[in-house]
Design a protein around this ligand. Structure first.
Ligand SMILES: Nc1ncnc2c1ncn2[C@@H]1O[C@H](COP(=O)(O)OP(=O)(O)OP(=O)(O)O)[C@@H](O)[C@H]1O
Length: 270
């Protein structure tokens, strides 16, 4: 079945990630099949679907961390799987990732965490890396004294911000966010959404955001893609996607649960 693309703007916008006919599975289990999805430069794309449908599997497949069985994934117009090592490393530098729960290295302090990608990809002396990492921490709104703290000393919101600073370490074109607001209180989640939106405007970022958070979809996402039946069922502006005739979509968006952040109803969706 072809993707139901409510707002097909392919002719006018630059595709940054183009997934066609993707199949990913593990052993006897097929998680994704015949999946098509395009991410356009400069947009914030929200990616939703029931728990366990394969949102993180897709994110990891795009990053080359999950093997695909079939299909193509083009990143910046080039097929990822056909790149040589040098091209792949270059593309990796343009993709920042905030994994679910932040995934900071517990043995490193905050500024050292931010410097991990810099050490892997760049040859810079320590004073320069310290200066660059400090800029990233300030961009995500962390106070200066957070730099030398261990991850265990940070609040949930600060962990997300530190992980975002690490995702931004190499000045990427695209950031992948896996459930960035999960575990945050309503105000913290709203502040994080605002930060994403501000960074997109300031840096011209493209954002691929896996989320369960309805408020994020309505407040910051330009388009929303829905994963179901192993593929993208529909993609478009949230106000149109919410009208898509599919039981999960109707249940998720339109059963009175798409209400304010932090309400008991909204919390059930986390
Ligand atoms: N490395 C792996 N080996 C085997 N099965 C896997 C692997 N990674 C993911 N899966 C399976 O793929 C399915 C989809 O997992 P995934 O984490 O992508 O779901 P999700 O949509 O992100 O869920 P949630 O919203 O709960 O985070 C699950 O059944 C999961 O067990």
């Amino acid at each position: 079945m072809a993707v139901h693309d409510i707002q097909n703007t392919a002719s006018t916008r630059e595709s940054i990630i183009d997934v066609r006919g993707l199949e990913v599975g593990f052993g006897d289990v097929t998680v994704l099949k015949d999946l098509d999805l395009t991410v356009y430069r400069g947009e914030i794309l929200g990616f939703v679907g029931a728990s366990g449908t394969g949102k993180s599997v897709l994110l990891r497949a795009i990053l080359g961390l999950n093997q695909k069985r079939a299909g193509t994934i083009d990143v910046f117009g080039e097929p990822y799987s056909q790149m040589d090592e040098r091209e792949r490393v270059h593309v990796e530098e343009r993709l920042g990732v905030l994994f679910q729960h932040g995934a900071l290295f517990s043995a490193l302090n905050v500024i050292q965490n931010v410097q991990v990608p810099m050490r892997e990809h760049w040859r810079l002396d320590k004073p320069m890396m310290d200066r660059l990492a400090a800029v990233k921490l300030s961009m995500v709104g962390l106070p200066e004294d957070a730099a030398l703290k261990a991850p265990s000393e940070l609040s949930g919101g600060m962990i997300k911000r530190a992980a975002l600073a690490r995702a931004l370490a190499l000045d990427p074109d695209v950031v992948f966010l896996d459930e960035p607001t999960s575990g945050l209180d309503p105000l913290g989640a709203a502040a994080f959404d605002e930060l994403i939106s501000d960074l997109r405007s300031a840096l011209g970022l493209t954002v691929f955001m896996v989320t369960h958070d309805l408020d994020s979809l309505f407040s910051v996402c330009d388009r929303v893609a829905v994963l179901g039946n192993q593929k993208v069922l529909t993609v478009g502006p949230v106000e149109e996607v919410r009208r898509f005739d599919h039981p999960w979509v109707q249940d998720y968006f339109n059963t009175g649960r798409a209400v304010g952040r932090g309400s008991p109803a909204a919390t059930r969706l986390e």
